[in-house]
Design a protein around this ligand. Structure first.
Ligand SMILES: Nc1ncnc2c1ncn2[C@@H]1O[C@H](COP(=O)(O)OP(=O)(O)O)[C@@H](O)[C@H]1O
Ligand SMILES: [Mg+2]
Length: 495
């Protein structure tokens, strides 16, 4: 039976458009996927297919001209698209970390590496406050999210009303009767909105009140717990101080020194000091394979190679102990041997820290090294997804075939075979299967209707009309089937 794995992140029906000078660009068109605890999900596709936009939506860092037209991103039971800015700030970079393609763009060129790594730790340096926030965070997010949902629902309705009001304002040359009719309609709409607002508030406020009560209880308990911790720490310090005074009564210099040490101990228990942040930073620098961290700590980004810079970026992402790591083409800018080292590093850290990982790449060779599962993206949609073996040894979508044919073959020294044609202009996406014009297996229906997902196995789905029971049987390209045959034979040889 399939093992029950915990879902850590769920993207559902995500639709993201961009307002551009040339019109509305449809970057992400109804994307859904789950991320399970401890796995690496690779999202693969040509440039422009919507991979980065999807990951930016998860991180909440889309540019201003982006419009999230539909969808939810559920993390720990909460919709990240609805949580308030404050809450999102806590989650972003805290529970979900991200590494980008170009390490230079995420590092500040004029700030020493050590400072950049410790910065995030020192922002939350008050340990008592952090402890309190951690204790109440689940209940707080749940409560705030309920209010946010309510406000979003009301604002959306109000915007519709405002739009109508401005529409009738700009209408010109109307008869008095028309104006009267419009005014009457506006009045009705206003009343309907008032009614809607009342109902929505009633619906959400009951829930919110209940959550608030729970939150207040949790806050009380958390305050007590934090106060008890503080009392304990202070009491211990007092005892220690008394002991030191007794012990070194005759030696003034020694007494002063010991008292200072005790004070530092106390500081460390109450807040993250610079010294402790540095210790932690050096430890993480060591973890990500930076030689001589002590020396490197005081250097600037330009003093590091590309690979080392990417290690620093990974170190920064790790300081917050994230649960999910999103890697967006983290090795694309690096040369091949360095690329392999960084991939190995990410795999090791992922295993050691039990992270769940979304790994974005246009390179199926990288996919083979990283993925547990694969989602193939084309023109803003996922067109096929499955376990790594299912995608590599039993691919079903002609676009996946095309991608697989374009992997350069190390042994035969074949050139990389670019997929013929170009991706569509996403301001005018095609009506049917977006890949149809580049697909030599395309049927009439491909140009008319978007294919649904057809099931290949419990874990493997592909959106192509070729899987419809009435479709003609077609074979995948020889180059792909041959490669699969050879690599499968290779596997059996090894056994
Ligand atoms: N800020 C933006 N404004 C307008 N269009 C954008 C913006 N960001 C991305 N796009 C467009 O969205 C589509 C998807 O982009 P992206 O997710 O970056 O692709 P990739 O799969 O290469 O990461 C592309 O057509 C791209 O041009
Ligand atoms: Mg990208």
């Amino acid at each position: 039976m399939a093992e029950q794995k915990e879902k850590v992140l769920s993207v559902e029906n995500l639709v993201i458009n961009f307002k551009t000078d040339n019109g509305i660009l449809q970057a992400v068109r109804d994307v859904s996927f789950d991320l399970y605890q401890g796995e690496t999900l690779c999202i693969v596709g040509e440039s422009g297919s919507g991979k980065s936009v999807t990951s930016k939506a998860i991180m909440g860092i889309l540019s201003n001209n982006a419009v999230i037209a539909n969808g939810t991103i559920i993390y720990r039971g909460e919709n990240l698209l609805e949580v308030s800015e404050d809450e999102f700030y806590k989650i972003r970079g805290h529970r979900i970390g991200m590494i980008f393609q170009d390490p230079l763009s995420s590092l500040n060129p004029i700030v020493k590496i050590g400072k950049q790594i410790t910065e995030a730790m020192l922002i939350n340096s008050d340990k008592l406050k952090t402890m309190y926030n951690d204790l109440i965070s689940d209940d707080l997010i749940r409560y705030k999210n309920t209010l946010a949902k309510m406000n979003i629902a009301i604002t959306t309705e109000r915007k519709k009303l405002d739009l109508f009001r401005s529409e009738i304002k700009v209408k010109e040359g109307r008869s008095a009767a028309d104006k009267l009719a419009d005014r009457k309609l506006l009045k009705e709409k206003k009343a309907a909105f008032k009614q809607f607002e009342k109902e929505i508030r009633a619906k959400y406020m009951d829930q919110a009140r209940e959550y608030k009560k729970v939150l207040e209880e949790t806050e009380k308990r958390a305050k007590k717990e934090v106060a008890a911790y503080k009392d304990k720490v202070l009491a211990e310090h007092k005892t220690q101080e008394a002991a030191i005074r007794a012990k070194y009564a005759g030696d003034k210099a020694k007494l002063k020194e010991e008292l200072a040490r005790a004070q530092e101990d106390l500081d460390n228990k109450l807040r993250i000091t610079k010294a402790e942040a540095k210790r932690r930073a050096l430890k993480i620098m060591h973890e990500v394979g930076i030689p001589e961290p002590e020396k490197r700590y005081n250097q600037y980004p330009f003093e590091f190679s590309g690979g080392m810079r990417q290690r620093i970026v990974i170190a920064i992402a790790l300081t917050a102990s994230p649960e999910i790591l999103i890697c967006d083409e983290p090795t694309t800018a690096l040369d091949v041997t360095i690329q392999a080292q960084i991939l190995e590093l990410i795999n090791r850290i992922k295993a050691e820290r039990n992270l769940s990982c979304i790994f974005i790449t246009h390179d199926l060779g990288v996919v083979a090294n990283m993925a547990d599962r694969v989602a193939v993206m084309y023109a803003g949609k996922i067109v096929e997804y499955g376990k790594l073996d299912e995608i590599f040894y039993d691919p079903r979508h002609p676009y996946t075939w095309a991608l697989l044919s374009s992997i350069p073959d190390v042994d035969s020294k074949q050139e990389l075979d670019a997929i013929p044609g170009t991706p569509p202009n996403m301001i005018y996406p095609p009506k049917g299967d977006a890949f149809a014009v580049r697909n030599r297996y395309a049927m009439n229906i491909d140009f008319r209707e978007q294919p649904p997902f057809f099931k290949v196995s419990d874990t493997h789905y592909a959106a192509t009309w070729l899987l419809h029971p009435d479709a003609p049987k077609v074979e995948m390209p020889k180059i792909v089937s041959e490669r699969i045959r050879i690599s499968l034979e290779g596997q059996y040889d090894e056994q």
